[in-house]
Structures are given as C-alpha cells and as structure tokens.
Write a protein that binds this ligand. Structure first.
Ligand SMILES: [Zn+2]
Length: 73
C-alpha cells in the first residue's frame, strides 16, 4: 500500500539544463536536489560555461512511444 521506492529506481528522470552563456540545452540524469528553474554549476559541453539553469525534468518511460513529429525551434 505504500508508494514503493522500487518504482523510483525504474524510472529514469532526465534533467534538462540550459546554458546561461550560449543557451544550449543539455540533458543528463536527474540528481537529487534538482528543481525546475534552479541554477546549477555545471559545465556546458558546448561553450565551457559553468552556469546552467534547469528548464525541465522529465521522466523517461521504459517503453518508448516515439511520436514522429519534428519540432523546429
Ligand atoms: Zn554553453
């Protein structure tokens, strides 16, 4: 009857970070303490800047249902 902690381990949240220098969005596995719109000190793989802002945290589902839609940013 308890929300099982096992389920949390199966799900694999991804944190999306936006570089404050070059605005590139990078993703990496979720870490404890991450919260949306929080700023973290992480290195941008593109420009080497070390300030990133969390723009989203998404759970990656085990079964991938891909939508064949191309989004242009
Ligand atoms: Zn950058």
């Amino acid at each position: 009857m308890f929300p099982s902690s096992r389920e949390r381990q199966i799900l694999n949240p991804l944190t999306f970070l936006k570089c404050l220098s070059c605005s590139t969005i990078n993703s990496r596995p979720f870490k404890e303490g991450d919260y949306v719109f929080g700023e973290v000190e992480e290195k941008c793989p593109k420009c080497g800047g070390d300030r990133m802002k969390i723009v989203g945290i998404y759970v990656k589902e085990p079964e991938q249902r891909e939508k064949r839609q191309k989004q242009t940013f």
